[in-house]
Design a protein around this ligand. Structure first.
Ligand code: FAD
Length: 478
């Protein structure tokens, strides 16, 4: 493939034929479902691009077929057939992942879950929601809000990502501090294995690597009676850590988010979004704090006390407390829209989602800037491709999103960053993948976070479940 010159298509995998297309059409005929292909003229092939290109536009596959099944039985028939024919497949949710997991590397068939989007039921007493893997996260949340509950996960991609995609990548997000990651809230799962076997409630499946998740049971919390939010400006990262400690101490069980943004990311937010800046002056760091509890006045008072104390201790320069729900939304959006907004700054973006010990979380951004300076790759002079390096993330769970904003995607930038970033993270006792998964991006670097014994075990499990290797080839540890 021209997209990945150093990689060769694995000849073990078969190439699609008209006979295959006819089989898939037959499998979808009874209960609906659809396909997009350029092999025959039954669909509009221009639609293929949307499925072949990832959200960051960094990865581009060449699939000639997207299958959108409607039922678990169809998924089972399709996988069974693909397995017998050795046709490689890529499961795809909302295609919002950042690591190239959701798009094919070569011509793998895309199995998109978008039409499996039914909410099957909700038990108000237990808070258990039963839904298809293809339900959009925001639709699940809106449904739950009408039942006085919320989904235990919230991320910036909520309008497009699917609950199955979130489960596969073990997505974290804003509410992780309070409700834990999605895996901890999933109590049942239906999934289809590569040979077509339908497993009900038995396995946890990761990144479409061992199977396709078709249905989930998720325990969902009651909608909190009160939500409050504050937005702080801080002079140093050290103060961010002290403020985190103070917030945890005083807010304990009602603290639901403690989110970090650096000044550079917020300057780009000012110029690339219409969401108002919550505080007037500029600071090197900003923090968004959210509380969720059951007593509005009491929670509000607690949050005000924290902000007062932080001011008295001179840990923050400025602190705003949201006056009403509209302002809470603005504060939240200021944080959750950061990732999307940075996408528009240059024409190329390199995204790293890593875990690090909290005291050095932000050092990676400084170290990366230094490296790019040393290599003369960052700045405004001709030939300097990188515009800036920014950092933001979930302090509550030691997760940093570092974005390298580039004028365009260039091999010399990528070579300067990879594997250097991963080696830096590993040498500082971090993990190279925090919440976005390993996908295609991090496949060559798994060894930075996992021991050879672990990788060997993962490969053994993969071989037992998917002996023909048809699921998500060229990715993860495959
Ligand atoms: P896709 O991107 O389609 O797929 C991701 C992986 O899961 C692929 O490997 C795919 O093969 C596999 N997969 C998808 N569906 C299934 C299935 N049903 N069965 C088996 N495998 C499947 N992520 C976070 O964790 N936290 C954040 O705060 C966060 N913020 C984001 C903000 C923005 C603006 C954007 C664009 C993305 C953000 N993400 C975040 C990344 C992304 O949204 C998550 O990784 C999300 O979980 C992906 O869901 P998806 O449905 O889009 O999956």
């Amino acid at each position: 493939s021209e997209s990945y010159p150093s990689l060769k298509r694995d000849p073990r995998y078969a190439t699609l034929s008209q006979k295959d297309i006819d089989f898939f059409k037959g499998a979808l005929a009874k209960d609906g479902g659809s396909i997009v292909t350029d092999i025959d003229e039954s669909s509009d092939p221009s639609e293929l691009d949307a499925f072949n290109i990832d959200w960051t536009h960094k990865y581009r596959g060449k699939s000639r077929l997207v299958i959108k099944p409607k039922t678990t039985e169809q998924v089972s028939q399709i996988l069974k057939y693909c397995n017998s024919r050795r046709l490689a497949v890529v499961p795809q949710g909302g295609n919002t992942g950042f690591v190239g997991g959701s798009i094919p590397v070569f011509d793998e068939i895309i199995i998109n879950l978008g039409l499996m989007n039914h909410i099957h039921g909700f038990d108000e007493l237990t808070g258990i929601l039963n839904l298809d893997a293809g339900v959009i996260l925001e639709d699940a949340d809106n449904y739950l809000v009408s039942k006085d509950h919320i989904f235990p996960l919230d991320i910036g991609a909520r309008k497009s990502c699917q609950v199955g995609g979130c489960a596969s990548t073990s997505a974290g997000g804003l509410r992780l501090m309070r409700y834990g990651n999605l895996h901890g809230n999933i109590i049942g799962m239906e999934a289809v294995l590569p040979d077509g076997t339908i497993l009900n409630n038995l396995v946890k499946v990761r990144e479409g690597y061992l199977g396709i998740i078709t249905r989930l049971s998720v325990v969902c919390p009651q909608k909190p009676r009160s939500t409050n939010a504050a937005f702080l400006g801080l002079p140093s990262y050290n103060n961010v850590l002290k403020a985190f400690s103070t917030a945890k101490f005083h807010l304990s069980e009602i603290l639901s988010a403690f989110e970090l943004m650096d000044n550079t990311s917020q300057i780009f937010m000012d110029s690339h979004s219409s969401i108002p800046r919550p505080i007037k002056d500029e600071y090197p760091f900003y923090v968004f704090i959210e509380t969720q509890g059951s007593s509005s006045n009491h929670d509000h008072e607690k949050l005000c006390r924290v902000v007062e104390e932080l001011k008295e201790q001179k840990l923050i320069g400025e602190g705003a407390i949201a006056k009403d729900d509209k302002q809470i939304d603005e504060f939240v959006l200021r944080r959750v829209k950061t990732a999307g907004c940075l996408q528009d700054v240059g024409s190329g973006i390199y995204k790293y989602d890593v875990s690090l010990p909290l005291d050095i979380l932000f050092d990676l951004v400084y170290a990366t800037k230094e490296r790019l300076k040393d290599l003369n790759l960052i700045g405004d002079a001709p030939g300097q491709p990188v515009i800036d390096v920014v950092g933001f993330g979930h302090v509550g769970d030691g997760n940093l999103h570092m974005n390298v904003l580039s004028r365009k995607l260039e091999k010399k930038v990528e070579d300067a960053l990879e594997p250097w970033v991963f080696a830096w993270v590993a040498s500082h006792e971090g993990s190279i993948s925090s919440e976005h998964g390993l996908g295609f991006l991090k496949k060559p670097y798994v060894g930075y976070s996992k021991t050879p014994e672990m990788i060997s075990l993962m490969k053994t499990i993969k071989h037992v479940i998917d002996p023909n290797g048809i699921m998500l080839p060229y990715k993860y540890v495959g």
